[in-house]
Design a protein around this ligand. Structure first.
Ligand SMILES: Nc1ncnc2c1ncn2[C@@H]1O[C@H](COP(=O)(O)OP(=O)(O)OP(=O)(O)O)[C@@H](O)[C@H]1O
Length: 480
């Protein structure tokens, strides 16, 4: 429901949008012209709070596979990326970047296009096989900041450009896909993705965007799957069932296949290869792509590259890390998540939204706190049944969630509204239930026993389970 919310009070920009975070000096507004030769790219890094625009004035260019329209201005704020051209172009640039330059070493683009060509061949074969045909299912793995997400966006965008409907699954909770961070998202694409934000945040700007993207979103309020590997595996089994069902539902999606992005934390052989094996088997992965890790390429090739018993060999491809792929430090990622959260409730600057305020009594709420690994240490002092609800619906020690009373500690954080009921519910149901939308906790009044939430929708959510976790981190200045 909360993900198809076009037209919610689009008239006025909320006040917090006029106070960007952090405050920097006013952006430089000198416009300059940049000519790019064929197969080169314009790399740039823009800090948060800065305004930086790029307009294609001549030729052709793309941002992660999505073509830029001539004359259309793209705005960037808190962004690191590159505009690439196959045939040469002219750009008009305004604003101040931390770094900007023309890069000639763009061999990765040809490699990526070759991968797209291979996927297209497999999709065409699947199409020829009719109802039985299944498109490629690709898992991209590698350490942090090697260009995994950029590759995946490009493959998805090129797929859409040739008329396919690829399904994209993001398993990295540190960055949201059509949602704030702290979740995993599956979405079938069938039109161009939003240029400025990649796949962008919640589709809010009009009927076309909302109707083609119906994401399935599952909350994962931790920075990495490795924080609760067993729970993550169970959740993935459930997600795989739904994603496979989605692929089966339309032939175009089935033939177009699946593209899965994974977090860099799965690059650790000791703690994570078991999780990788689980992803590979649950989603029936047909191709593995490794970037930026020879060790991982060799490990995966040894383990999955050969036929073993009933398990067919899975081709493992190795790609080089693009020169432009850069680290985004903890501060940058934190600001990025705050920006995602702000955009979910207030919309992007070009289509501002007006969120709704809900004041709700404690007794009407069913809030489940996602326990963290450090809670395990406190379990010796934790008495099962101690702070349970009279209906006995709370969860035992060592479990993933515990039912909690609202408290001021929740102020400024995000809560997921689950589709499942908030009472008499099994822990696995809360875990596996998709996210209906997100709430921002604006204020908790412990005296009056009321919580004020910000929500994108005027309707209340009834007796649904709300999940509160430590991730993404609280954002204090969302409402003033
Ligand atoms: N060719 C390039 N030129 C400029 N910037 C790039 C290029 N490729 C990637 N980047 C940027 O580098 C950063 C890291 O890239 P990306 O997110 O694709 O890597 P990743 O492997 O998915 O990282 P993580 O696992 O940390 O999310 C991003 O900000 C991305 O936009």
């Amino acid at each position: 429901m909360a993900f198809s919310l076009p037209g919610l009070g689009l008239s006025t920009a909320p006040q917090s949008l006029s106070t960007p975070l952090p405050s920097f000096a006013a952006a430089e507004s000198v416009t300059r012209t940049q000519r790019l030769d064929e197969r080169t790219e314009w790399r740039f890094e823009v800090a948060f709070g800065r305004q930086y625009t790029i307009k294609l004035t001549q030729g052709t260019a793309e941002l992660w596979g999505t073509e830029l329209a001539v004359g259309q201005t793209c705005n960037f704020n808190g962004y690191k990326g590159a505009v690439f051209t196959w045939h040469g172009c002219t750009l008009e640039i305004t604003g101040d970047a931390e770094s900007e330059y023309v890069a000639q070493e763009t061999e990765h683009a040809t490699e990526w296009l070759n991968v797209h060509g291979m996927l297209e061949t497999l999709r065409a074969e699947a199409e020829d096989a009719g109802a039985q045909g299944e498109g490629p299912r690709v898992l991209v793995v590698g350490p942090d900041a090697v260009g995994k997400s950029s590759l995946l966006r490009s493959l998805a965008a090129w797929g859409v450009r040739v008329g396919r409907s690829p399904t994209v699954l993001n398993l990295d909770p540190r960055e949201g896909l059509l949602s704030p961070a702290g979740c995993i998202t599956a979405v079938t694409l069938s039109s161009q993705s939003d240029t400025e934000s990649g796949f962008g945040i919640t589709p809010v700007s009009g009927p076309t965007a909302a109707s083609v993207r119906t994401p399935l979103i599952y909350s994962w309020p931790y920075a990495s799957p490795t924080e609760h590997p067993a729970a993550f595996k169970s959740l993935l089994t459930h997600v795989a069932l739904h994603v496979t069902g989605k692929l089966e539902a339309t032939l175009a999606a089935k033939h177009s296949g699946l593209l899965i992005d994974s977090p860099g934390s799965l690059n650790d052989p000791k703690s994570s290869y078991d999780l990788l094996a689980h992803i590979i088997s649950e989603f029936s992965i047909t191709h593995l792509i490794t970037i930026g890790s020879e060790r991982m390429y060799n490990d995966l090739n040894r383990r999955f590259g050969q036929t073993r018993g009933d398990d067919k060999a899975i081709p493992v491809l190795r790609l080089t890390k693009p020169g432009g792929a850069v680290e985004r430090d903890a501060t940058f990622m934190k600001l990025l998540r705050a920006q995602e959260m702000r955009q979910y409730f207030f919309g992007p600057p070009y289509t501002p939204l007006n969120p709704h305020s809900h004041s709700i009594t404690f007794s009407e709420l069913s809030i489940y706190r996602a326990r963290t690994p450090s809670d395990e240490a406190d379990d010796a002092a934790y008495q099962p049944g101690m702070d349970y609800e009279p209906d006995g619906s709370s969860l035992s020690s060592g479990s993933l969630f515990e039912k909690v009373e609202p408290s001021t500690a929740m102020t400024a954080s995000l809560m997921a509204i689950k589709f499942c009921s908030g009472s008499g519910v099994e822990e696995s149901e809360i875990r596996d239930s998709a996210v209906m939308g997100w709430l921002y906790v604006a204020d908790v009044d412990e005296m009056k026993k009321r919580v004020r939430f910000l929500a994108p929708h005027p309707q209340r959510w009834g007796d649904r389970a709300l999940v509160w976790g430590g991730f993404p981190e609280a954002v204090g200045d969302l409402v003033t």
